[in-house]
Write a new protein. Structure first.
Lengths: 298, 265
């Protein structure tokens, strides 16, 4: 039972080489979707098979891995993938953004600014931004090749015509390096500005669709918009109920069946860090904990 | 200015030289040559299988000819062979200086997006980036093709056949093309709707000084719209001339048959 049952980080070395070649090509052509021979992973499609393969290909023994799902470190998906790599690669794992060297994410970019020594790996369900406008894959590839992106604006036009403003709130299309239009995976558009000129390498893996694409460090990423309807990141207008943050992306949490709800940071690490530093929101438990502590001591 | 227009109109817009296309042993189109001048409407008539649609596809650069070539005078005044254009240039030409009206509007329209976006798509494709102006131009064009502006946000799948066809025309004309290809634009419409559509087309063609190549098997359409007619049979052009001349005084036996097979009203 002591013999390792898997190769380091689960995938065999040939597969990792194949994925690394795709990653290198993706970095060389920012925003371009590189096809790769996606493997079956021990999890269903839609659970991050693409992201897991990219992570497996870039992970080294010295890396520290953080996995988030909708910003949270403690949901099923995040915990399973973290455990998966702890077991198959034996790498150190963390929930602290600034300690991690590789961060695999589903649907969020951490609030804490990333640095040059970090790689952000996104799990992507549908890599093609033009998919629901143009069903033919041959045609969308040609449109990318010829940089024919009028159709992308048709989608934004439809939003304004129907709702009076650009109602696309997630998977908001961006133009990378003034060339390729890219789907930033279903991250909220609140996170789009963080992609622009980021010091960290950003890699995107779509397992079912068999595509890898990338944004190299310090690359221009522009959210598409109209002159008279400019891009605006959306955030619910309230402080976090736990840590009082005014500038983080919030999740709505239903607290009872009488319409009660609270808004808290979706990035759990960021929220906990702020609470530990003494910031409190309106529904924070800290004052009660302090009182209980005093009572116990007194 | 007037002189310059004269010179511009004096040179052909599109020239086809001995165009042929064969699919294996079938010669769909044989040795077709003609010139089309700015503002001229040319009708290509003939029965099914006579090679009309193949010819139209070759002329519009969608199908590579087996022999011969097509040249087009671009907006900068330079005449170029279509086969030497790169794909990007050809596609750009197709959505700016050209239009293509399909028989089935579902082929030429995006049925799931609103009429306004259908008309605006070409503008956005050439870099328009101001929602207000795109919408204004789109509603302007809807008015011109007699579609109620109140329906600008409805998808064409909620439109009637005649409205769809008019929307397709607006979508094609919004970039002010100089040449429009039409493949049976009135096919499948009932007679009164056909009449309105033809009326609209005729006034737009005159107003915008459009050159049109229209493929039809309906001689009445050819008579109403076109200046010149080309009659095709078995892949060859068998007769060509001014519309009234060909239709009122046909020379070839096949053309005589074609003309005489129209039911008198």
């Amino acid at each position: 039972m002591n013999a390792p049952a898997y190769n380091f980080a689960y995938l065999d070395e040939q597969t990792k080489r194949m994925i690394r070649r795709a990653i290198l090509k993706a970095i060389a052509i920012p925003g371009y979707q590189v096809p790769f021979a996606s493997r079956e992973m021990p999890m269903p499609y839609g659970w991050g098979t693409g992201g897991v393969q990219v992570t497996a290909a870039i992970l080294g023994p010295q890396d520290v891995l953080k996995v988030i799902d909708q910003g949270s470190d403690d949901t099923t998906n995040a915990i399973s993938i973290r455990k998966f790599f702890a077991k198959t690669a034996g790498v150190a794992t963390t929930t602290a953004t600034d300690e991690a060297t590789v961060i695999q994410t589903r649907h969020r970019i951490p609030e804490t600014a990333l640095n040059e020594n970090q790689v952000l790996v996104y799990q992507v369900p549908i890599p093609e931004p033009l998919r629901f406008l143009e069903p033919r894959e041959t045609e969308t590839r040609r449109m990318h090749a010829l940089a024919e992106y009028g159709l992308m604006h048709v989608k934004l036009y439809e939003d304004i015509a129907r709702f009076g403003h650009i109602a696309t709130a997630y998977a908001y299309p961006v133009k990378v390096n003034a060339r390729y239009v890219m789907d930033p995976s279903p991250t909220p558009k609140f996170d789009n500005p963080k992609m622009d000129n980021s010091p960290a390498l950003q890699l995107f893996g779509a397992g079912r669709e068999k595509r890898i694409y990338a944004i190299p460090p310090y690359t221009q990423v522009v959210s598409l918009d109209f002159e008279d309807h400019p891009f605006e990141p959306y955030r619910f207008n309230a402080p976090c109920a736990l840590c009082g943050a005014e500038n983080s992306y919030l999740d709505e949490i239903v607290t009872d069946d009488k319409g009660g709800r609270m808004f808290v940071c979706s990035d759990t690490d960021y929220c906990e860090g702020r609470q530990a530093a003494g910031h409190h929101g309106s529904l924070s438990a800290a004052p009660y904990k302090d009182k209980a502590q005093e009572a116990a001591n007194g | 200015m007037a002189d310059q227009n004269l010179v511009e109109n004096d040179e052909p817009l599109l020239v086809a030289k001995s165009l042929s296309k064969s699919f294996g042993r079938i010669n769909a189109c044989r040795d077709v040559s003609f010139s089309l001048y700015p503002g001229e409407v040319l009708a290509i008539v003939g029965e099914s299988g006579s090679g009309k649609s193949t010819l139209l596809q070759m002329l519009s650069g969608q199908l590579a000819p087996s022999a011969g070539h097509v040249s087009y005078r671009m907006r900068d005044g330079v005449t170029r062979d279509l086969t030497t254009l790169g794909e990007a240039e050809r596609r750009f030409l197709f959505r700016t200086d050209w239009g293509f009206v399909h028989q089935d509007p579902a082929q030429g329209l995006r049925m799931a997006v609103s009429a306004g976006a259908n008309v605006g798509e070409r503008l956005m494709a050439v870099g328009w980036n101001h929602y207000g102006r795109i919408r204004e131009t789109a509603s302007d064009w809807l008015t011109r093709v007699e579609i109620d502006v109140a329906r600008i946000d409805d998808a064409p799948r909620t439109y009637s056949g005649g409205m769809r066809q008019r929307l397709q025309i607006a979508r094609n004309l919004v970039t002010e093309p100089r040449l429009v290809f039409m493949d049976e634009p009135t096919g499948g419409l009932d007679v009164s709707v056909q009449a309105r559509l033809l009326d609209l087309l005729r006034s737009l063609v005159a107003e915008l000084n459009l050159a049109v190549i229209i493929v039809t098997h309906d001689l009445a359409v050819a008579r109403l719209l076109s200046h010149r007619v080309m009659v095709m049979k078995g892949g060859r052009v068998i007769e060509t001339g001014l519309t009234d001349q060909v239709l009122d005084d046909p020379r070839e036996p096949y053309t005589q048959l074609l003309v005489s097979s129209i039911l008198p009203p």
